[in-house]
Design a protein around this ligand. Sequence first.
Ligand code: UD1
Length: 417
Amino acid sequence: MEKIFVKPNGPLKGSVRISGAKNAALPIIAASILGTEEIVLEDIPELKDVEVITEVLRRLGLKIEKNKNTLKIDPRGLNTAKTDYELISKMRASFLVMGPLLAKMKEAYNSLPGGCNIGSRPIDLHLKGFKALGAEIEMTHGEIRATCEKLVGAKIYLDFPSVGATENIMTAAVLAEGETIIENCAMEPEIVDLANFLNKMGARVTGAGTSTIRIKGVEKLTGCTHQIIPDRIEAGTFMVAAAITGGDILIENIITSHLKPVIAKLEESGAQIIEEGDNVRVIGSETIKPLEIKTLPHPGFPTDLQAQFMALLTQADGQSSIIETVFENRFMHADELKKMGAKIKVIDREAVLLGKNKLYGSKVSATDLRAGAALILAALVSEGETEISEIYHIDRGYENIEEKFRNLGANITRIDV
Ligand code: UD1
């Protein structure tokens, strides 16, 4: 079993290039099912989750060639609407093939999705959308089957702006007859990237990035070349790395407008942020000020950076509070940070941190993807060695994480023990 070992090594300094966004790559790869000609995707991060979704597509009959960070996808071989159970159960995002399959094949079979263990993560809103477009849904023994004679545009109001549901409904609706309007939809930058990709293939999607998306159905989508947006969560993780170690890091390939709440909170904590075109320099301060953070759907503070900020706030001078409103069970990293010496009280959806705490290298476990990143960040400023297990979670979402941290001066190694 592989583990990551981290020893403190002073402030991190240097530059790091941010990879393409996992959460944009996954729905876009899934949406390639909709095409009728070759699709070239650039800046696809080399990650476990990407491997899983490409394998799902291969087993559906698509031809995929990978050359480092470029994928060439030929969707013409699509020959089944039944996804592979074993693969789907590995990753929740595999459920994103449902919309494209339903649009293209008029049916889609899937098992109930797996993924990070952060709350119940239902799929009711995805199914509500499919039904509104005219699909029938059958659920038996953990399997879902969606079928339709044809999909017809509809007005769909989402009770919560779910990212996955918005994406699945968009990719189902692009080939539907007539117009679909998704209200109270997710506004994440990854939704905008998906819309741009679909439009390059001939779709007619407008309003992505606002709370109402309109989709005029077209008869077919073709192919295109598309470059994935930079990963704002990876960028945010390295920004916190600069802040927590009192370092000075130039973060390259970043879209700052995607990171407004993160930049605002880091500045509030005392860090200096200097924007230089596509790059951002983050200079940590000697004293970290406490923060009040509340996670929200975009453009609010991202839940995917909540754990990393919790690591940061263990080093703040005074009491901080983090309220998690997006997921119901996303504080598992608090227990791991407590093993390292953090003083954190979790009551329901609020974590209160009593900083500043001296942290000690410990044996801890990456309870989910972002929790794993938070433990690396905490380990950078802990006395002694930290041993992180269950690191397959980290590999689901961070490309070359040790190499990137090592290039900044961190003492981090991966060992198969
Ligand atoms: C996506 C991201 C994930 C991020 C999350 C929130 C991908 C691959 N993953 O996950 O990294 O943490 O957005 O920003 O892009 N919900 C329902 N019913 C549904 C669907 C969701 O109640 O049908 C609830 C969930 O339980 C959760 C909340 O909505 O509490 C947010 O989920 P959602 O936005 O759907 O997240 P994902 O798309 O799974």
